[in-house]
Write a protein that binds this ligand. Sequence first.
Ligand SMILES: C[S@@+](CC[C@H](N)C(=O)[O-])C[C@H]1O[C@@H](n2cnc3c(N)ncnc32)[C@H](O)[C@@H]1O
Length: 275
Amino acid sequence: MEPAQKERTPFADIDGLPASMSAMLLDALTEMGRHPEIRRVRRVAFEALSPQPGQRLLDAGSGEGEVARHLAVETQPAGEVVALDHSASITAAAVSRHDGSAVRYVTGDVCAMDLPADGFDGVWCERVLQHVDSAEQAIGELIRVTRPGGRICLIDTDWSSLAFDGMPSGLGEVVMAHVRGHFTPKQHDMGRTLRRRLVANGLTGITATPVTCLFTSPESAAVVLPMVNPRVPEESWATPPGLRDEWLACVDAAGASGTFLAVLTIWVVAGTVPG
Ligand SMILES: C[S@@+](CC[C@H](N)C(=O)[O-])C[C@H]1O[C@@H](n2cnc3c(N)ncnc32)[C@H](O)[C@@H]1O
C-alpha cells in the first residue's frame, strides 16, 4: 500500500486550496517552466519520447499546458495532444493560455482516466506521480491508454537527492529533516523508482536518465525549491519558532557571499508498451 499523498502535497488537490494558494501554485508552475534547469530536463524528455508528425499524444497532469502545446507542434500535421489535469482551475488557466495549437484540454484523474484503451501513440507525465495516492495505478492507466508499441515518458523528482552547500551543516541537517516531512511528498524518491516500475510492468527499450539540476543562487533555487523561497508563507513551514527565519538568513548570507549551492536530481524514464 503506497502512502496517501494528500496530507502533504498541495499539488494533489489544487482545487481544494484557498484561491490565493492555487494562484501561487499556478505562478510557480509557470516560473518553473521557464527555469533553464527544468528546460534542460524537458529537452532530455523530448528526446526520450521523440514525438512525430501525425501522432496522438497524452500529457497526463499537464498543469498550465506549456509542454502540451510544445508537443502539439511536433505532431503536426494531423496529430493531436490531449492535456489532462485533475484540477479544474489549472485546466481553465491552461485553456486561457491556448495558442491555437492542436491541444484538447480535459479534466480527469490520471489514476482513472475516462479515455479509451490503446488511444495514444505516446504519453508524457511530468512531476505528477509523486503527488498521486497510487503511482502503480496511474502507471497502469498510462499503459492502458497507450497503443502497443507506443512510448511512455515519465519525469519525476528524487527529493532525497536534494543537497545544499554553503550553509552551516548542523542547521542544514535540522532543516532537511523537517523539509522531508513537510515540503516534499511522502513518495519523495519517486524519480529513482520509475525505471523499476516500468521494468515491472513489462515495458521494453527502457531508458533512464538522471538529470541533476544545479542552482548557484538562492533566487534561481527558489523557483524549484520551496524551502529556499521566502514567498512560501511561514504557516506552510510549521517549524519550531525561528527555524525558518534562521535558515532563510543563512540562505541569504550564502547568496551574498556567492557560496550558495543546491542540487536536485530529476529522472527522465521512458519505455515502449509491449505489443
Ligand atoms: C507539479 S505539477 C506539474 C505540472 C506539469 N506536468 C508541469 O511539469 O509543469 C503537478 C500537476 O499534476 C496535477 N495532478 C495532481 N494529481 C493528479 C491526478 N490524480 N490526476 C491528474 N493530474 C493530477 C496537478 O493538478 C498539477 O497540475
